[in-house]
Design a binder for this molecule. Sequence first.
Ligand code: ADP
Ligand code: MG
Length: 438
Amino acid sequence: MPFFSFRSSVKSTPTLLEPLSIAPPHELLKQYWGFAEFRHGQQEVIAAVLRGQDVLAVMPTGAGKSLCYQLPALTMPGITVIVSPLIALMKDQVGALKARGIPAEFVNSTLHPNEISAIMDAVVSGDVRILYIAPERFGSKDFVRAFEKLPVALFAIDEAHCVSHWGHDFRPDYLTLREMVKKLPRRPTVVGCTATATPEVKDDIVAQLGLKQPAVFVRGFDRPNLHYGVEQGMTSYDRDAELLHLVKNTPGSGIVYSGTRDRAEELAELFCEAGIEALPYHAGLDPEVRREVQDAFMADQARVIVATVAFGMGIDKPEVRFVIHGAMPGSLEAYYQEAGRAGRDGKPAQCILLHCWADKNLQEYFIRKGLQDMLEKGQSKKDAEAFAALRTARLTRMTRYVTTRQCRRRKILEYFGDPDAARIVNCRSCDGCLRKKP
Ligand code: ADP
Ligand code: MG
């Protein structure tokens, strides 16, 4: 039995809809959102969308990507569809749009088929202009039958890295999106948004989503309040002493990334013995214990967390004053994500990496082990080797960041392809620039 009932007035080729507004972007920003100014990058992305150009927008978390498709939706002569895997957030996002007077709805697995049917009717009749869709909906034939009749003018794909095998959150449902766009009566403008900026992921998103001559924007990766530094080629003994020295002498809350679980335990003990309130955090701990450690950090009961990569997702503590790496991560992307947890309050914060030559060996071991795991899981030799080669290339770039004597801020922005890199001559806030003569 089909899920959807449609009004008899629905035609197979839908006519375009009148835009909700024809006001210029700046006015819409004030009128609907109450914001005075666009953030860095938003205006360019919106201008491209309004020109009808496909876009890939790569901006860090919190930069304001939602506005880049929500605002153009108001002036589109049709419906805006937003695909997002984050079902838990959809209700809030739709609620916020409705509170601003924008007719929006969502369809995902939390709704009853009758509710979905009613929403699709409202979309068809033009009463709903922004529709959030969870990607797995496109697995339902009935849903697709309803979808392919819609006058979609803008098709926005949030968390677009989910379409790439090279990303950290591949979702097979995303691979169908390209076909879904083709099914529509008129090809909409397609916008992909993500915070994942590695070059190969960007290229893969463009290919897998079938973006047509897209404008690619990478914006907002610079964090001017973060100071970067690396101490290179230490022995492991020196490194422990230096970690202790830094943690002792840098005031405020901080995170020390340790590389392995055992090291997290050892270092937390070392710090505690020196009178520093430190707690270890890693995936080997009980979920209950992990929550307690997180809470203690958030409530300033523990000044320092010594953690593996398991720590950080969803933790938003604004006043983290330092993130010190006691081991080199496998990629600059991983490094920046972890280091970027410092200084969210905009005040100065330290991002220091203490490096041993053995770190590279450990990462190479992880790559070999990853390759072996992929083969054991039945993946093809070609895929497994391609992935290992990619990881090796990422490690090489990470090593180059460690060994450079030039501006580290510039190196990071160049790696992500952020054009702000070109503007940096002397950032005065990394060890590379501070070594230079003024
Ligand atoms: P992202 O998806 O890039 O992580 P969001 O779109 O969720 O970021 O936006 C993050 C926050 O920034 C939201 O609270 C949003 O309301 C706010 N925001 C977005 N654009 C602006 C702006 N131009 N001025 C002020 N706040 C903004
Ligand atoms: Mg977002």
